[in-house]
Write a protein that binds this ligand. Structure first.
Ligand code: PMP
Length: 580
């Protein structure tokens, strides 16, 4: 790590992507036997050898607690930690390192400002301006502080392309506006916001501005002084650095006036029971032993990014974004969400014709070794505005290459081509047939299912088997897809209608459905296990152990496991009072 800026390549130089890729050990690994195509850098970037080594070296050779030790090792650790802060200050063009506080990440940085500045400065009637594009981490902390202080959250709308409505912004800026908090780049749509303009207008109206730079710093140059940002936040793990480390930049006079966020060691000057005085910046906001190795890793990541040139990285990603936009636009039935004038390397879409749930798109791409993100991207208000519950999103990093965009597009075309229309069950008229028991008990059904799964050696084959089961699941009549039957906690739409079998006293049966094929397959498994079974046997069956036995615990995402558990809970809730 150095205090002086490392030499940078000229901006125009095309990146040598192959030599960059060679520095990322993870890119040499396989996913389901296929080369890894990592298109989820907006969630987290991968780490180059240099960062991994810097962290490992720190642990191997330099670890000690910082600030306190009089011995050389502690002083070296302190120096490395502070050199990382200097690298952050240089990277952001901050006036001084003390304005750059280490946090756990963008989320904690925003929470720090909301809790410390917000509680000290906001009063009833004050307004905080956010935008429809915000990540939950730039919404919920403000809602919490608004609730605590009587301030109000107001929202800058967007147009259909995903650009902020700047006229509406100007109208919303009033003497009541105390703070504007917007992202530099939208993680869900890739919109690059005109933050310099936003800041200038806010300042003219007397408001402060916090910029959430989580999705910007790895893709273009950041100059907090030129922007005149009051607060600027980002996370290390989206900048080729480790998780658990991030930054809050704040102007010195603002940070000095703010009360501490957390109390503890390292943030004090003098403690007595009569009262405590606080350490100067940055320590006032860094209570307790910090993430020293994380800071060292972040410093190394910044050095690494600067050695390539962040503008060069941005240009490389722009070329790939153009290719991806052009290529995905040619897929009939695929709708790109987010067509803002200026975008970073993020492309979001939904499949409308044939309709394919984003969860299925993500799961099927995974089997090809292609990692994308599906879901609401922690932007539920934005999803509501777009009229979708989720999108599929590919996001780019310095290591992505043109072939990977082709692979993605070809895989999407193949998914589309293999999609089969569902056999619709007629609504009304006929009496609905709830599935009868397939075995003597859930345990006996589980044994039969496990026998089949054990014949399927890998996840792609098991996944296909689950999809095949889902294909045979009759669709649920629309009349049963009520709010009461809706299952929350799933990434896809799920409904379940469970009942006591007519004429019986303790037999539970159910119908369920989802817009995602993978979930329909899981529902089919649940029906085999539970439908038509006695309440007592349902209560006695350990579903979690069974899912682990057939490998679902390792291959289902947390949200899908939660969804599965929600369905099991519903069935058990119905069964419990009948179990005797
Ligand atoms: N803001 C934006 C725009 C983001 O994309 C993210 C991460 N997805 C965050 C904030 C939160 O970052 P972290 O989880 O690292 O705190």
């Amino acid at each position: 790590m150095t205090l002086n800026p490392p030499p940078r390549l000229p901006v125009q130089a095309p990146l040598d992507v192959e030599s960059i890729r060679a520095q990322f050990p993870i890119l040499k690994t396989l996913a389901h036997g296929r080369p890894l195509t990592y298109l989820d850098s907006a969630a987290s970037t991968q780490q180059p050898e240099r960062v991994i080594e810097a962290v490992a070296d720190y642990h191997r050779l330099h670890h000690a607690n910082i600030h306190r030790g009089v011995y050389g090792l502690s002083q070296t650790a302190t120096r490395l930690h502070e050199e990382a802060r200097a690298a952050v200050a240089r990277f952001l063009s901050a006036a001084e390192p003390a304005e750059c506080l280490f946090t756990r990440g963008a989320t904690e940085s925003i929470n720090l400002v909301a809790a410390s500045w917000g509680r000290a400065n906001l009063k009833p009637g004050d307004e905080i301006l956010l935008s429809t594009l915000e990540h939950h981490s730039n919404i919920v902390p403000w809602q919490l502080v608004a609730e605590a202080t009587g301030a109000r959250v107001r929202v800058i709308p967007i147009d259909d392309a995903g650009d902020l409505d700047l006229d509406a912004y100007r109208r919303l800026l009033t003497p009541r506006t105390r703070l504007v908090a917007v992202n530099h780049v939208s993680n869900a749509l890739g919109t690059i916001n005109p933050v310099a303009e936003i800041i200038a207008e806010a300042h003219a109206a007397g408001a402060l501005v916090l910029i959430d730079g989580a999705q910007w710093v790895a893709h273009g140059r950041t100059d907090v002084q030129a922007l005149d940002a009051d607060f600027y936040v980002f996370s290390g793990h989206k900048l080729y650095g480790p998780t658990g480390i991030g930054v809050l930049y704040g102007k010195r006079h603002l940070l000095e006036a703010m009360p501490p966020y957390q109390g503890g060691g390292d943030m004090i000057e003098r403690v007595t029971f009569a009262g405590t005085s606080y350490a100067p910046l940055p320590n006032k906001f860094e209570a307790g032993t910090p993430n020293i190795s994380g800071a060292v890793g972040l410093g190394a990541a910044i050095d690494w990014v600067e050695s390539i040139g962040v503008e060069a990285i941005g240009l490389h990603e722009q070329a790939l974004l153009r290719q991806a936009t052009e290529r995905l636009s040619r897929i009939p039935g695929l709708a790109i969400k987010g067509t803002a004038r200026r975008k970073s390397g993020v492309i979001s879409w939904v499949m409308l014709d044939p309709p394919i749930a984003t969860l299925d798109i993500g799961t099927q791409l995974d089997l090809q070794g292609i990692c994308i993100r599906t879901g609401h991207h922690c932007c539920q208000p934005l999803m509501d505005r777009l009229g979708v519950s989720s999108t599929a999103r590919a996001s780019l990093g310095v290591y992505n290459r043109s072939e990977e965009i082709d692979r993605l597009a070809e895989a999407l075309e193949a998914i589309q081509a293999s999609s089969r229309p569902r056999v619709q069950t007629a609504d009304g008229g006929r009496e609905l047939v709830y599935p009868a028991a397939v075995a003597e008990s859930p345990q006996a059904a589980a044994e039969e299912i496990a026998e089949i799964f054990e014949l399927l050696p890998d996840w792609p084959m098991r996944h296909q088997h689950i999809i095949d089961l889902g294909d045979k699941l009759p669709t649920m009549p629309e009349s049963l897809k009520t709010e009461a039957n809706h299952v929350s906690g799933c990434q896809s739409q799920v409904h379940i209608a469970a009942r006591l079998k007519p004429g019986s006293r303790d037999i539970v049966e159910f119908l369920a459905d989802s817009d995602a094929n993978i979930v329909r397959g899981l529902i089919a498994l649940l029906q085999q296990l539970y439908s038509g079974q006695r309440a007592r046997d349902i209560m006695g069956f350990d579903a979690e152990a069974f899912f682990a036995r057939i490998g679902l615990d390792r291959h289902l995402s947390l949200t899908r496991r939660n969804g599965l558990e929600s369905m099991v809970r519903r069935l058990r809730r119905l069964a419990s009072p009948l179990a005797g």
